[in-house]
Design a protein around this ligand. Structure first.
Ligand SMILES: Cc1ncc(C[n+]2csc(CCOP(=O)(O)OP(=O)(O)O)c2C)c(N)n1
Length: 695
């Protein structure tokens, strides 16, 4: 080791983190060196001396959570995962003997197939709690995680058996705090009294365009005080003792039920002689020469790269490693005792952690009797959700102030409200905060709850980013969207979704289900709950839809295959065993197609109706099944959905027609909107007949 190097082991560890970050970014010739460099002492202090995390088992259930909301500062997290020698988990979530981030991975920062992508991705790198990069998301994820911790404690902890009691930390920057989602998340965290939550704010007053003075002059401390947080300030990010004191206060519960906000002043890229404090240090490599000069400033060997000096791994192992292992083992012993004393509850916990469901979870899902008048799919959804939630104790969620409309209230005995004084409540009141709701649901899902958030489909736009991230993260978040078309009626174009369904379908790994009647709703919930790595958007109607007679029509179990033949042409009207025309629809338009089917049959046209609640599930079926439902030979096809027609042409085919919406709708009773926009059985019949004539 070079004799000029820091002799104090803590500084040595911090400088190892700083130099790994600058070397990785330099080698990749891309990335964000400034914040990992300046926040190294903060990351080090938190992980080494406070975070209850076991590098040997990064999925230990009662670990503290660390969320890097400043996702671009990914090298901070990667160096911590590397230096703590955190292990990778296997596909079953069990610890392996291989590191989650090796030194080689750090050398491969931002390269194809490395464990060190540009921004942390939870499904790629064990030990990364959540995928961050879109600023502010991590903050709202952390609120969801803190809610989940309190919920689990309320549900499972027993006298003398405290299984859950961990903290959630998030590191944010100027960007996260400028994002609106941080206001939503902070407000609800303060309201709920999340004393288990701590945000550390890196106030370096630099963003991409320059000084934060360009765009903000807010009193951030006053803002958090107003939201009911305990606010602390550390004047220099390098002052680990000052930070330690604040972190101790938080961990010891000095702020009671108030979440903790620690503002830390820092200089971005601290120690880089020409780049520190500049916007360039935010998102550009320092440059080879500046890297050398910065290393010289730390007393580091200037030409050494990716250097981990002797003693660094051992020091982390003796700190966070030993503490985490001790806590994890003690917890496992506690869990064993718990299991002996409360076997049923322990079984629930094990099922929950494995992404499973309790035996008989779907036993009370109702079967809906045929009913021409029927009920809205949001109403049948409310009944199904309640039947499931009564049997899945870790299913919880709510709405952004629309539960009476989205029918997501859990009404069974003991469901309870999620509030400051009732952390075990199953009904979450997110407030009118769709964006935070989406990200909180993801945070809860990452904590193994089956969490749902609901609202009007039109407002899914407000929560687009967390919906997308749920799919990217491979978590089975549940999003319930009602008022799914111009069927909204009088509220008009501001509330009538048009392009929303197709835009949700466009998200990879997103299960979009638009059931046609109450029994398809039951199947949709069944399919959604079975997901372990895929989120679901349930798309439901405001208006009543007939409950189909499954004696006449095919079983609603067909929903699981994405599309199925609901009713075919009578044998007498088949030509070469095929119908003349296929009508394909989802949700509320299926009933319309059944009316058209009746008329066409009376007119002697062999007609098949296909209910298509999910494109994605249909695409997963084998060719034979798909051909069975939509044979190439039948080219006269009409698709009907009261939304954008984009994408339906795939199923209509080159000779078919897609009926849908081409504008924004209008404010009026639905009965007048339907003929105006062409959603009548007559219009479907006419379209079908036109196609047949053309053939
Ligand atoms: C939602 C969102 N908008 C924009 C960006 C692009 N972006 C990445 S970092 C950044 C500036 C962040 O500044 P700050 O939080 O102060 O980070 P620091 O400069 O301290 O690293 C921006 C605008 C983003 N990642 N997410």
């Amino acid at each position: 080791m070079d004799t000029t190097m820091p002799t104090d082991i803590d500084t040595l560890c911090v400088d190892t983190m700083r130099t790994l970050a600058m070397d990785a970014v330099q080698k990749a010739n891309a990335g964000h060196p400034g914040t990992p460099i300046s926040m190294a002492p903060v990351g080090y202090e938190l992980w080494q001396n406070h975070l209850n995390f076991d590098p040997a088992d990064p999925a230990w259930p009662n670990r503290d959570r660390f969320v890097l909301s400043v996702g671009h500062a990914s090298m901070l997290l990667y160096s911590l995962l590397h230096l703590t020698q955190t292990v990778a988990l296997d596909a079953q979530g069990k610890p392996t003997n291989t590191p989650t981030v090796s030194l080689e991975d750090i050398k491969q920062f931002r390269q194809l197939d490395s464990r060190t992508p540009g921004h942390p991705e939870n499904h790629v790198t064990s030990g990364v709690e959540t995928t961050t990069g879109p600023l502010g998301q991590g903050l709202a994820n952390s609120v969801g995680m803190a809610v989940a911790e309190r919920f689990l404690a309320a549900r499972f902890n027993q006298e003398g058996h405290a299984l859950f009691g961990h903290k959630t930390y998030a590191l944010c920057g100027d960007g996260c705090l400028m994002e609106g989602i941080s206001y939503e998340a902070a407000a609800i965290a303060g309201h709920l009294g999340l004393g288990n939550l701590c945000w550390i704010y890196d106030s370096n007053r630099i963003t991409i365009e320059g000084s934060t003075a360009l765009a903000t002059s807010e009193d951030v401390k006053a803002r958090f005080t107003a939201a009911g947080w305990a606010v602390a300030e550390v004047m220099d990010a390098n002052d680990r003792a000052a930070l330690r004191a604040e972190l101790r206060k938080f961990a010891e519960g000095a702020h009671g039920d108030k979440p903790t906000f620690i503002l830390v002043h820092s200089v971005i890229a601290y120690g880089a002689p020409h780049k520190q404090g500049t916007k360039e240090a935010h998102g550009e490599p320092l440059g080879a020469e500046e890297v050398k000069l910065t290393k010289r400033f730390y007393g580091w060997p200037e030409d050494a790269q990716f250097l981990v000096p002797d003693g660094v791994y051992a020091h982390f192992a003796a700190g966070i490693g030993a503490r985490g292992a001790g806590l994890r083992k003690a917890w496992e012993a506690r869990f064993a005792a718990y299991k002996a004393a409360f076997p049923a509850l322990a079984a629930e916990i094990e099922a929950m952690l494995a992404g499973g469901l309790p035996a008989g979870w779907d036993a009370e899902i109702p079967v809906f009797a045929p009913d021409a008048k029927g009920l809205a799919t949001r109403d049948s959804s409310g009944k199904v959700l309640n039947a499931i939630a009564a049997r899945v104790p870790w299913l919880m969620g709510g709405a952004a102030d629309l539960a009476p409309s989205t029918k997501t209230n859990l009404t069974f005995g003991g469901a309870g409200e999620q509030e400051a004084g009732s952390p075990g409540g199953r009904n979450m009141h997110f407030g009118i905060r769709e964006h935070a709701m989406g990200a909180m649901v993801n945070g809860m899902a990452l904590s193994k709850l089956r969490a749902f958030g609901s609202g009007f489909l039109i407002f899914s736009d407000y929560m687009r980013t967390p919906i997308r991230l749920a799919a990217l993260m491979e978590v089975p978040s549940l999003f319930v969207f009602t008022h799914d078309s111009i069927g909204v009626g009088e509220d008009g174009p501001t509330h009538q979704p048009i392009e929303q369904i197709v835009s949700l379908r466009a998200i990879p790994n997103m299960l979009v289900l638009r059931p046609a009647d109450a029994n398809e709703v039951a199947e949709a919930w069944r399919v959604a709950l079975r997901q372990t790595h895929t989120p679901t958007c349930l798309i439901l109607s405001r208006q009543a839809l007939p409950t189909l007679d499954r004696g006449t029509y095919a079983s609603a179990a067909g929903l699981a295959r994405g599309a199925y033949t609901l009713i075919d042409a009578p044998e007498t009207l088949m030509v070469d065993g095929k119908p003349a025309v296929i009508l394909i629809a989802s949700g509320s338009e299926v009933a319309l197609c059944l009316s058209a089917h009746k008329m066409l049959t009376e007119q002697g046209v062999g007609t098949r109706v296909v209910s298509m609640p999910s494109w994605a599930l249909f695409e997963q079926q084998d060719e034979a099944y798909r051909q069975g439902v939509l044979p190439d030979a039948v080219t006269a096809r009409v698709t009907v959905e009261m939304g954008s027609t984009i994408g339906w042409d795939r199923y209509a085919g080159p000779k078919g027609v897609a009926l849908g919406m081409h504008g924004f709708g209008a404010s009026s009773p639905l009965k007048d909107l339907l003929p105006r926009f062409g959603f009548t059985a007559e219009a479907v019949v006419e379209a079908a007949r036109r196609l047949i004539k053309q053939e």
